[in-house]
Design a protein around this ligand. Structure first.
Ligand code: BGC
Length: 324
């Protein structure tokens, strides 16, 4: 909790971001994340609510890649595809949690874990820490750090779903803005096929604020999916803004990766019992910065290789503030 009275909470299962509660000008507090009050949900979390994703975010074609001349076959968890690190990805691990604080009063929640090839199929024994900090002006910074004894892959993200509404409405009343100019084209298994499609005044053009409901509708109307579920090229780092004019809140996401997936919770089911009621499509929006999906199998899509002995750090920042 910071001095303003805003707070975050994170579960040690899945290093899952559970709550982001803002102190509002009207003296109330408002949580802007979707969560499931029943912990049992997180043991089988098909939509990765709040979870930390790794070692690799997104889809790897056939769960297969070549590194250092050797072919690796990962466990597949979506047909032939490996999604979000596979069945024993970061989201499904128990992490070691610590609360840290500095003299300045900053608050940190740190989660550590070792993973090895026998667990998740990726090469090498890797030590990972995920650190959440909340600043005095309500910025949440998530720092991912990893080091491995062999060359491996590392492309983590945060799978939190935001809903800025005060009530239980879905996010179709929100607006989205992003300067992305290309989107990853997908094959029939929803895996990026190596084509970056230019965005030009179409359903993916969010260079000016666009109503999220409108964006979802144009994707559905043109048979491009059940809502937004796409990965955008962000060469200068992810920079996505979501705002809700009704609740007068704006979320800004920035990160140091070349891609960001926007996912509008298409396919949420009523078996989910969230803090915003039973699950339904569009109940939340996830903004997931990472290295472009399937980059390890594609030319020019970014580098997710972590070299042996190198300490790699990535950041993702989420900032919800009053005003639109
Ligand atoms: C992906 C979706 C997937 C969802 C799983 C998102 O990051 O883009 O395609 O269904 O995660 O929960």
């Amino acid at each position: 909790m910071n001095k303003r009275g805003s707070s975050i909470s994170v579960l040690d299962f899945g290093a899952t971001w559970y709550e982001y509660r803002l102190a509002r000008h009207d003296q109330t507090t408002q949580n802007v994340l979707l969560n499931e009050p029943d912990i049992a949900h997180y043991l089988n979390n098909p939509f990765y609510l709040g979870a930390t994703i790794g070692r690799v975010t997104g889809r790897i074609k056939n769960g297969r890649f070549t590194l250092g001349g050797k072919q690796f076959q990962l466990q597949q968890n979506e047909g032939a595809t490996t999604l979000h690190g596979g069945p024993h990805g970061f989201a499904y691990l128990q992490w070691e949690g610590t609360i840290l604080s500095t003299d300045e009063g900053d608050n940190y929640l740190q989660f550590s874990r070792q993973v090895d090839q026998s667990l998740d199929g990726f090469p090498g024994t890797m030590t990972v820490t995920v650190t959440y900090s909340l600043s005095e002006d309500d910025i949440v910074d998530i720092t991912y750090q990893a080091i491995c004894d062999t060359d491996t892959l590392f492309s983590p993200t945060c799978h939190a779903y935001f809903n800025l509404n005060k009530d239980n409405q879905d996010i179709r009343n929100h607006d989205i803005k992003s300067n992305a100019q290309f989107v990853e084209a997908l094959d029939e298994e929803h895996v990026p096929n190596g084509i970056l499609a230019p965005i030009d005044n179409d359903m993916y053009d969010y260079r000016n604020f666009k109503n999220v409901g409108q964006a979802i509708k144009s994707i559905i109307d043109s048979n491009h999916g059940a809502g937004i579920d796409d990965t955008f090229l962000t060469p200068a780092g992810a920079d996505v803004t979501i705002r809700d004019q009704e609740s007068n809140l704006t979320l800004q996401t920035t990160a140091d990766r070349n891609g960001v997936t926007i996912f509008t919770a298409n396919g949420f089911t009523p078996t989910m019992q969230t803090n915003k009621g039973a699950g339904k499509p569009f109940l939340g929006i996830a903004v997931e910065p990472h290295i472009l999906s399937n980059a390890i199998n594609l030319e020019g899509f970014g580098n997710m290789i972590l070299k042996a002995g190198v300490n790699q750090t990535y950041h993702a920042r989420y900032h919800v503030s009053e005003g639109v």
